[in-house]
Design a binder for this molecule. Structure first.
Ligand code: GRF
Length: 222
């Protein structure tokens, strides 16, 4: 089966982009990264994509001012020129109009550094610590007009440590992101994900009884 053509949209560092690019190098990966698109000319990830031999383009949002629809038309032209079928948002820091989101319904993913539907928005690691959650993680979901909502495809979780800071949590959550984003893209590109009534059904996933306890204390003898 032909590999699905994917665009990754970034605004910055691009470590999730790099993880997707690395995964897509596997011969059996069902998607190819056909374009990396940034709204910021200085995004680190753009240089990294070019160095990796991937088509990279910049559509700077600044000249469009408040005209989001015009910015999106420019994005859409790049996506069409590269015959893109699926979009992965990876640290893309612009909000879309409902019109653009609906045009890509079921074909656009986002990664969020928290266990949705808790802790939407920014500064998720500091807010997880402030809320005192014991388990934290990351989520890949379909994009819908509402921010950080949309049917969930994959999540990964970790136990929060007593000495965690926002920075240490960010680093450990990022390692989870780099695993679940390629996993979610693989499942979507293989046609195994069905969104129904706001939740995703995923075909062919073995049942798991794995649990994560936090805090995890060794049982005492006796
Ligand atoms: C990640 O934490 C992602 O979850 C969030 O923005 C960050 C992007 O990091 N949406 P990177 O550019 O992929 O390194």
């Amino acid at each position: 089966m032909a590999r699905r053509r994917v665009a990754i949209l970034i605004s910055g560092r691009g470590s999730n982009m790099a993880a997707l690019v690395a995964a897509a190098r596997a011969a059996d990966f069902p998607a190819e990264i056909a374009l990396v698109l940034s709204n910021r000319p200085d995004a680190e990830g753009i240089a990294a994509a070019r160095a990796a031999g991937i088509a990279a383009a910049v559509v700077d949002h600044v000249p469009f001012g408040k005209d989001r629809a015009a910015f999106e038309r420019a994005l859409q032209r790049e996506l069409a020129a590269h015959r893109i079928e699926l979009i992965c948002l990876a640290g893309f820091m612009r909000l879309f109009t409902p019109g653009f989101v609906n045009q890509w319904q079921g074909r656009m993913l986002n990664i969020h550094p928290a266990l949705l539907p808790a802790i939407k928005g920014l500064d998720t690691h500091a807010r997880a610590l402030a809320a005192g959650v014991k388990i934290h993680g990351a989520t890949v979901h379909f994009v819908v007009p509402e921010m950080d909502a949309g049917p969930i495809i994959a999540q990964g979780a970790l136990a929060v440590r007593e000495d965690d800071t926002a920075e240490t949590l960010a680093a450990r959550v990022l390692a989870i992101e780099h695993k679940i984003y390629p996993l979610a893209l693989r499942l979507l590109a293989e046609g195994r994900v069905r969104a129904e009534d706001g939740r995703c059904r995923i075909d062919g996933v073995p049942a798991s009884d794995r649990i994560l306890l936090a805090p995890s204390i060794e049982p005492s003898d006796g």
